[in-house]
Design a protein around this ligand. Structure first.
Ligand code: UDX
Ligand code: UDX
Length: 443
């Protein structure tokens, strides 16, 4: 039956999980250290941009099953299940920074007033769940071992994609639940019972297996993207069309057409962090994850390739000096306001170094990008204010509105005629028929 749940951390994962778990009929208290976040959420105002989130947030607040607080102690005391969804950002050394996890573990140890399942949802290096179990035993003086455990630890990595997080929460391809205590399995079956109705497969496994599934999945997806990006560079050189290559590769059931879209390189808060963490994890076990290491290097190279190719179009090194470049798209991908590790950051830095004047547009991410670049750039709410007077048009994020860009109007309002389409959202023939010097990626 329904469970009393505390979700610690209300970032992209924590907030969607709080709302989703309460929609499943559980009683959920979301916890954050930031009082402004808590106040806004209790008013039904989402603190992140996710399609559909606001409706679910409001509905579950009204149902009385969902609330938010900064009082982590009370939330844990009242909970039967505590989800950790705090950030595990990448530290300088490449490892995941677990300081937020450690803080929360301390809070839990102080409030073990009855059997609780501690569920780690943040992506954490292999071995962290076992470390959480040991640390809780040390700090609380209680045991998690059979036959009568004072608590249990469960690894429940999430596979939410930003921009589709609500959809992914309610219709996951699978649930991964790493556990040891049978009682923990019963609790988690109750929490996710609703998903049985739509036959979502559940992978029951050990703690380390569950942790590695997450890294393996993300690193594989990052590898797949990097592969098609490198094939795109070869296709450009060989005069082949990467879209036809990708489409026919995808017809092979073993490959699937997903994640074969060439672009400026992957970004976001996960792939860059998780690939680095996986290489670090390998090193800690004496295993050289050379393939993943190469993916990291190749992805960095892809962002440089976009500007290198643009320079070739405008006349070689130094040819962007004094030029006006309109950058369309700043978020690391469409349908999100998130600019974490966005390729646009590296690309814009390079344009500024080349002496270009940069005029930017993005439907959602302008404010987040401005927080990074301040007044070294221009930020426009309407794409044609960014395009006006530009020598170069550079498309970096695949927002749908750019797919139907009015090229006739762009031709009239630009000063130059160069288009570098790093997401292949435009039709090359149409652009060239209007007299643009157009380049895509791999076409
Ligand atoms: C996080 C991890 O970064 C990612 O690796 C994993 O896949 C999912 O969880 P995200 O939800 O985006 O991703 O984290 P973030 O956006 O950094 O949000 C963390 C939230 O936890 C913030 O709102 C922060 O204020 C809050 N927090 C931090 C706490 O409530 N308690 C703390 O002790 C520390
Ligand atoms: C990813 C995983 O998909 C998700 O399962 C995990 O929980 C978190 O990390 P996310 O980072 O939100 O999700 O975005 P995703 O849609 O996977 O895209 C990641 C990056 O790859 C983006 O920069 C995107 O532009 C890029 N990408 C994706 C491509 O360049 N080509 C593709 O075909 C797909």
């Amino acid at each position: 039956m329904a469970k009393n749940i505390a979700v610690i951390g209300t970032g992209y994962v924590g907030l969607v999980s709080s709302v989703g778990l309460s929609d499943f009929g559980n009683y959920v208290t979301g916890v954050d250290v930031n009082p402004e976040i808590v106040e806004k959420l209790n008013r039904g105002v989402p603190t992140i941009y996710e399609l559909g989130l606001e409706d679910y947030l409001k509905r579950n607040l009204e149902s009385g099953r969902l609330t938010f607080t900064t009082d982590i102690d009370t939330a844990i005391q009242q909970a039967e299940i505590v989800f950790l969804a705090v950030g595990t950002p990448q530290s300088e050394s490449g490892e995941a920074d677990l300081s937020q996890v450690e803080q929360v573990v301390g809070s839990i140890a102080r409030n073990l007033n009855g059997f609780k399942v501690v569920v780690c949802k943040s992506t954490v290096p292999v071995g962290t769940n076992r470390w959480v179990k040991r640390r809780l035993e040390e700090l609380s003086g209680k045991s998690a071992n059979q036959p009568d455990p004072a608590f249990a630890v469960v690894s429940n990595p999430e596979f939410l994609r930003e921009g589709k997080a609500v959809q992914d929460f309610f219709h996951p391809d699978r649930l991964v639940l790493g556990y040891e205590a049978p009682k923990a399995r019963e609790y988690m079956e109750d929490v996710y019972r609703v998903l049985n109705l739509i036959h979502v497969p559940i992978v029951w496994c050990g703690l380390e297996t569950a942790e590695l599934i997450k890294y393996a999945s993300n690193a594989f997806l990052a590898t797949k993207i990097t592969f098609i990006n490198q094939m795109a560079v070869l296709a450009e050189a060989a005069g082949a069309d990467i879209h036809v290559i990708a489409r026919s590769m995808g017809m092979d059931g073993r490959i699937s057409p997903k994640f074969l879209h060439p672009g400026p390189g992957y970004g976001g808060s996960c792939f860059p962090k998780d690939t680095h963490a996986l290489v670090s994890t390998g090193a800690s076990y004496g295993v050289e994850m050379s393939l993943v290491r190469e993916v990291i290097a190749a992805n960095r190279q892809m962002k440089a390739h976009v500007v290198d190719r643009l320079l070739k179009m405008t006349g070689g090194p130094g040819s962007l000096q004094g030029k006006v470049v309109a950058v369309l798209g700043l978020a690391f991908k469409a349908e999100t306001d998130d600019v974490r590790e966005s390729p646009a950051i590296t690309i814009v830095q390079r344009l500024l170094e080349e002496g270009a004047t940069v005029q930017t547009h993005d439907p959602e991410a302008l404010a987040n990008f401005k927080a990074l670049f301040g007044d070294t750039l221009q930020y426009h709410e309407h794409e044609f204010d960014a395009i006006k007077g530009a020598d170069v048009l550079l498309i970096v994020t695949e927002w749908n509105e750019y797919r139907n860009l009015d090229l006739e109007r762009a031709k009239n309002e630009m000063r130059g005629n160069v288009i570098m389409d790093a997401r292949n959202v435009l039709e090359p023939e149409k652009a060239r028929s209007l007299g643009f010097n157009y380049r895509g990626i791999g076409r």
